[in-house]
Write a protein that binds this ligand. Structure first.
Ligand SMILES: Cc1ncc(COP(=O)(O)O)c(C=O)c1O
Length: 363
């Protein structure tokens, strides 16, 4: 099928770019002796998880139990739920997943560990646990110090749990400038002291899991970690560009749209708004809700649910009703979650169509 035959809005993935992104991350992590366990919240598609594993990823990461239930169909050897799972029903469902893969959960409380232990004992399975450390983001994670040892000891005493190490997410580091490098060095110092305290307390720390797309080329500056968990890198987006971690030509995802109105002078309306893109902003001095490939000077200024307002002031290219344009989204992970299908394209051809099987799996 040709791209021209697709109905809009349609989420396109340039396969050449995606494959380059996957290959370069696989090569980087291999060169630096890092296990790669990519976060699949970006693509939510088992076929793409398979591709990551075929390229050497040791397994995959998810945030939600619903995602785990879908992504387990990609047959991962190891599956990490990088999110505390709270609540009996969710834990019960997660134990079904544990029967099909080597499951690990990262968590930061005795309550979360106790629930997991009870569920695992009830199901007769063993579940791995990573203690989540707050490495500076202030979201989840135990503050480094004696609390980490206390939680590791509690986990160690609980039936059907196996302490497997620590996890962190450096989401506070958005730009690898001097301050970013210094922040990454501080993360490594924190990890070093936590690992040393754990070892003194008698724990082996086989897994130190972390990383993000903005820091993806600099993970070797954190020698105490041994597992990388980037997600967005598979497609990249305007915020990855803003972070300096990729260039425009590394963005694999764009949304194909149709110009549906030019009634207001100096403006065109495209057939995608907040139900197509998400309302995420963009950093790094960029503006608008996306990058218009055909006219980068245009500003995608405003969105209603199904209307995108593109200001054409100073844009030399003319647009007419029925024209098709492509927009690179600010935050691709949220955009993917809004689409039923992803179209893998090469040149003018639609080579593959994937159902976004884990879209909307928030529970
Ligand atoms: C816990 C955790 N790990 C890994 C990632 C992947 O980060 P990125 O999308 O920057 O690659 C995220 C992203 O939100 C996350 O929350």
């Amino acid at each position: 099928m040709k791209i021209t035959e697709l109905e809009t809005p349609a989420l396109l993935i340039d396969l050449d770019i995606m494959e380059r992104n996957l290959n370069s991350m696989a090569a980087y992590t291999k060169a630096h002796g890092l296990r790669l366990r990519p976060h699949t919240k970006t693509h939510k598609t088992p076929a793409l998880a398979r591709r990551q594993m075929e390229l050497g990823a040791v397994g995959i990461t998810v945030a939600k139990v619903g995602e785990a239930e879908v992504m387990v169909s990609s047959s991962p050897n190891e599956l990490l739920v990088a999110y505390p799972v709270i609540g009996g029903k969710k834990l019960h469902r997660l134990m079904d997943v544990a029967k099909h893969t080597n499951l690990t959960v990262s968590l930061d409380s005795v309550e979360a560990a106790q629930g997991l232990s009870d569920a695992a004992a009830g199901a007769g399975v063993t579940v791995g646990v990573l203690v989540e450390i707050d490495a500076g983001m202030g979201r989840v994670g135990v503050t480094p110090g004696p609390q980490v040892i206390a939680l590791a000891k509690a986990i160690d005493r609980m039936p059907n749990l196996e302490f497997r190490g620590i996890a962190f997410y450096p989401g506070h580091i958005k730009l690898m400038d001097d301050a970013g490098h210094a922040a990454l060095a501080r993360v490594d110092d924190l990890l070093s002291s936590v690992i040393s305290d754990l070892k003194t307390a008698g724990f082996a720390v086989p897994i130190v899991s972390g990383g993000s797309t903005p820091t993806m080329h600099h993970l070797h500056e954190v020698p105490h970690m041994n597992e990388a968990r980037p997600g967005t890198y598979i497609f990249n987006d305007r915020n990855t560009i803003a972070s300096g971690a990729c260039k425009l030509e590394d963005c694999a995802a764009s949304i194909l749209l149709t110009v549906v109105s030019t009634a207001v002078p100096g403006q065109m309306i495209i057939d995608g708004g907040s139900k197509t893109f998400s309302s995420d902003g963009v950093g790094g001095g960029a503006t608008g809700f996306g990058h218009l490939v055909e006219a980068p000077e245009a500003v995608f200024e405003k969105m209603n649910e199904e209307h995108g307002y593109v200001k054409l002031k100073g844009v030399s290219k003319g647009f007419k009703i029925g024209d098709r344009v492509r927009m690179i989204p600010n935050h691709v992970c949220v955009a993917v979650n809004l689409h039923e299908r992803i179209y893998g394209v090469r040149g003018d051809e639609v080579e593959e169509t994937w159902k976004v099987e884990a879209r909307g799996k928030l529970q």
